[in-house]
Design a protein. Structure first.
Length: 299
């Protein structure tokens, strides 16, 4: 495919660039992307914290939270963590995102750095597949009042907050009591997160097309506790034991944390807005799994 795209054929004219600051590899890719998009006549808005990483006199630098108000496409350069952060911070703006992998596994950032120009041209010309993946919303309720909330693209994790300590809680799904448990915590994961922390905890891999959540116990003090797959429209609630002696926490994507107290209630449900991801037209979910997880190829 040609490395040139005419301005008249470009579907997205206002483009935001976000990425991992102070990362030489990411900075190199961001500079290449920046220069190429300017030659196409695109208007660029770049994450403020990247100002020292690239050379630019034509882009506008803004805090990441402000980018979604100005652009109609966001390009994320980094690893899955960068994509998770962008997904949460931009969810209210409903701007589609495409990821360029400068991290490790790259389940969400599926464009290789060597293909940046070619794949971005395809996306700009409308040659892409769009996925709308649901994310979670977590609320901490104390004495009947919501004292904190956060979105989560991958998972919500309730944990003791201390190493080698156990957490005791009760689990309810759609107001029905499921069990009480003593464990290292509980992972509530989306299909997107099923290849992340939940997978390490023994949970199943769930196709992004499946409208489901998975609940994965973390080292439960019982042999019979197993992961549970439930309807994504369910409301999950956990109640921290009244006599909890530790400082439990709820963590969203391992990036946003909220402190918990005895008798706190944590409510997790589907966020009303999806995360919009654009994949190059050659994207193959199962090829990604084969490559990233080292599965055997076809005989």
């Amino acid at each position: 495919m040609s490395n040139k795209a005419t301005n008249s054929a470009i579907r997205f004219q206002n483009i935001g660039i976000v990425g991992k600051p102070q990362n030489p590899q990411a900075a190199e890719t961001i500079q290449t992307l920046h220069d190429h998009l300017l030659t196409l006549g695109c208007k660029l808005w770049v994450q403020q914290s990247l100002a020292d990483d690239i050379q630019s006199t034509d882009a506008t630098f803004l805090p990441r939270q402000e980018l979604g108000k100005q652009v109609d496409l966001i390009v994320v350069v980094g690893g899955d963590g960068s994509m998770l952060n962008a997904g949460r911070t931009q969810i209210q703006h409903q701007v589609p995102m495409v990821g360029i992998n400068r991290g490790h596994l790259g389940f969400l950032t599926d464009v290789r750095p060597t293909e940046v120009v070619e794949r971005i041209n395809e996306v700009l010309q409308g040659q892409y597949t769009e996925e709308r993946r649901f994310i979670l919303n977590a609320e901490v309720i104390r004495d009947g009042n919501v004292i904190g909330d956060s979105a989560a693209v991958n998972e919500v994790v309730i944990h003791p907050g201390e190493i080698s300590k156990m957490l005791e809680f009760e689990l309810f799904i759609d107001d029905q009591f499921v069990y009480s448990q003593r464990s290292d915590g509980l992972i509530i994961s989306t299909p997107t997160g099923s290849t992340a922390y939940a997978l390490s905890g023994g949970g199943p891999i769930i196709s992004p097309k499946v409208d489901a959540m998975v609940l994965v116990p973390m080292f439960p003090h019982t042999l019979s506790s197993r992961p549970i797959v439930i309807d994504a429209n369910s409301v999950v609630e956990l109640v921290i034991a009244q006599d909890s002696r530790h400082s439990p926490m709820v963590s969203c994507d391992g990036q946003e944390n909220m402190n918990l107290a005895p008798s706190d209630r944590i409510r997790i449900n589907k966020h009303p807005l999806p995360m919009r991801i654009l994949h190059p037209s050659n994207h193959d979910y199962y090829e990604v799994l084969r490559t990233k997880l080292g599965w055997g190829s076809k005989l």
